[in-house]
Design a protein around this ligand. Structure first.
Ligand code: PLP
Length: 375
């Protein structure tokens, strides 16, 4: 299936034309998906919601590449990061930190009263499996947290290989944030033996913000049963109990579920491999564009070759063109891109080539960005 360059349904509200909004989350949402949210409410205990949740279930499993149930949470992704550590850690977690979101994982543990250490590499770097294996040899840890695609730096961690060394090191559960990689690049929950995987609605799934999805294998559910810290709202056992009835533990964001119903049909029609290929092509186009522009504009890619995320590219900018000024100049041309995240605000700009964007739209954006960077 080829994606239409422009969305055929008229926007439900006054909106700029599709294809100008390139944040690395939230991403632009198709107009028919937005329309779906204007349907009337239904009871969250009853046949209507059960039919809806039953339609979502197999498609979410296809996205996660798992036979495990995928739970839907009315929360942002951070809630399910917190769920990941609260339900699984027995004694101590090791948090792989290479940017702002992986830093947040550590904070989610510490703020939940969980002992956690960081294994830090400088922002812009990845974690090598050897380094992770060495850190686990001391035997102190029963959980490892990792962010697959660090949205603050554009770095993609070698997840499949990290999973191998984690499992070789003993009874350790791997808790994975795939918020900006799920549905953008290859993520194989079952084949890579990822114990717990979470993602959010507003990145490469191209849904509105406000939903998050997660799945855990048997080891994770066994840990959850023993956990005294799992709380209520993010208790995986609660999610599982209601999942069996095609319901959710609490009142879900029904409107967002309507949106997910429409968007997951689009994703299913495109196919996961095709969706990954489209993102890879857009990512590679952005990298070669940035490298070509480098000498002339003083720009460079923040992430090293071989470890670049499929959904977001971070482009270092010279001091004469701070990230905030570049983003403003792009705004004046009708495009939305991101500055650097947090302390890296003016060091870079970030282009989110994720969701339902096409190569044509990306080329138009990159042409505008070239004008700004070489002006
Ligand atoms: C956006 C993002 C988050 C946080 O998601 P929220 O939905 O804002 O809670 C976490 N991790 C990564 C890698 C992200 O890109």
């Amino acid at each position: 299936m080829t994606l239409a360059t422009t969305d055929t349904a008229a926007p439900p509200v006054k909106a700029p034309p599709f294809g100008k909004f390139f944040l690395p989350g939230p991403t632009e949402v198709r107009h028919d998906v937005l329309h779906a949210m204007t349907q009337q409410m239904i009871a969250h205990r009853g046949k209507g919601i059960e039919d809806l949740m039953a339609r979502l279930a197999p498609r979410l499993q296809q996205v996660f590449r798992t036979t495990r149930p995928v739970y839907t949470s009315t929360s942002s992704a951070t809630g399910l990061m917190e769920a990941g550590v609260r339900n699984t850690v027995r004694e101590r977690a090791l948090c792989l930190v290479n940017g702002s979101f992986s830093e947040r994982f550590h904070k989610a543990a510490v703020n939940s009263g969980i002992a956690a250490d960081k294994l830090e590499v400088p922002y812009g770097q990845y974690h090598s499996p050897d380094m992770v294996g060495d850190a686990l040899r001391k035997g102190k840890y029963d959980v490892v947290t990792v962010v697959h695609s660090e949205t603050s730096t554009g770095v993609l961690n070698p997840l499949a290989d990290i999973a191998k060394v984690v499992h070789e090191a003993g009874d350790i559960v791997l808790v994975v944030d795939t918020v900006s990689s799920m549905a953008a690049g290859q993520v194989e929950m079952d084949a890579w033996e990822l114990d717990y995987v979470l993602t959010g609605s507003q990145k490469a799934l191209a849904l509105p913000a406000g939903l998050a999805f997660c799945a855990g294998n048997d080891r994770v559910m066994a840990r959850a049963r023993q956990s005294t810290r799992r709380g209520l709202y993010f208790d995986l056992l609660e999610f599982d109990e209601y999942y069996k009835k095609n319901q959710s533990p609490n009142t879900p964001a029904v409107s967002l579920l309507y949106a997910a119903d429409v968007q997951l049909a689009h994703i299913e029609a495109e196919g996961m491999e095709a969706r990954w290929a489209r993102h890879t092509a857009m990512a590679e186009r952005t990298w070669s564009w940035a490298e070509e522009l480098g000498e002339k504009a003083g720009t460079s890619l923040y992430a090293p070759a071989g470890y670049r995320a499929p959904g977001v590219t971070c482009i270092k900018v010279p001091a004469s063109k701070p990230g905030s000024a570049v983003a403003s100049a792009m705004k004046a041309k009708g495009f939305v891109i991101a500055t650097g995240y947090g302390k890296l605000k003016d060091d870079m700009v970030r282009v989110g080539h994720m969701g339902d964007h096409t190569m044509e739209e990306l080329d138009t954006l990159l042409e505008a960005l070239r004008e700004v960077l070489t002006a």
